[in-house]
Design a protein. Sequence first.
Lengths: 259, 127
Amino acid sequence: MALINLPENSKVQKGKYFKDKTGSENLRKVNIYRWDPSTGENPRIDTYEVDMNNCPSKVLDILNKIKNEIDPTIAYRRSCAHGVCGSCAMNMGGKNGLACTKPHAEIDGDIDIYPLPHLKVKKDLIGDLDGLYKQYQSIEPWLKTNSKSETSEIIQSKKDREKLDGAYECIMCACCSTSCPSYWWNGDKYLGPAVLLQAYRWIVDSRDQERESRLKKVADELKLYRCHTILNCTSACPKGLNPAKAIAEIKKMLATANI
Amino acid sequence: MESKEPLSPHIQIYRWHISSLVSISHRITGIVNIIIITLICVWASLLLLGESKYETINFFLNSFIGKFIILGITWSFIFQILSEIRHLIMDLGYGFEPLITKITGLIVICGSIILTIIFYLIGKNFI
């Protein structure tokens, strides 16, 4: 059953206000979701006034600036800072994306930063993605071949290789899955856009010999057909991929194949 | 037992865009349409009870609220049909590019309003 309201312990409260100390004219208010597991308190929104004259262009730069200059207690994941690792996925200005590739100039008004939606929060902006990784494991994301004696390379034509374009680039940042209302409310059973895009990537790989059993495995009322083409996933993907289309292609394959 | 870890905000903070609006409206109008069809059946069976009952319904439907409800019903059905056509095209694997989804979503929203007005004018002037 879809729970619209947040549970009692998740209701967000007003937090601290960090006034600017630099005396800069060019300030922006940044509202950040905070939750400290060591206290029994509810999550809160802390507001920071940030001097934009000395801040580079991306949202991650703001977070780094706050952590370095204003409040070192804030916790968030980040690593490559170039949109390759997918660590800094979060919800900025009401939309999921990577903090390292999202320009703060694209956000109007105050900058609201939340963890990825509908996840158990570990601390501040860090969500628990264990469920998603387990689901990723369940689709067996590796090349499978029946032949035991095969010793030579499995050749793939350029045309077959092209089928993987738009699927192999996924960095599993979970922006799409956590943007999906179906995944919010059926995330324990529905695989979600990120995992289904990967399922598609292995189904269409010409070198893989388990295509049919992969299709059979994913053909499930809850695992696949909970996609109602809301398209939050495609609009959220920071790599410009199209999970919704991949899911539609899997549905099409199932509708036309004899399995 | 409720877990100690809080759940991060979801629908409270996620920004709406055209596709998600069309999708949720599709579901709402779907439910509304089922209720409406039931009411139309009740209305039709009330006709069996004689002229006075028919007059009552006629009076109600000709009132301002009645007309408003009928227009709402018309919109709800047209929206559902247009949106369903959009979904059918998507089921064929077309129209998933972000720009196209925006355009088709706008066609559904604007089209449903325009068609409702046209239906209203046809009903008012020709029937």
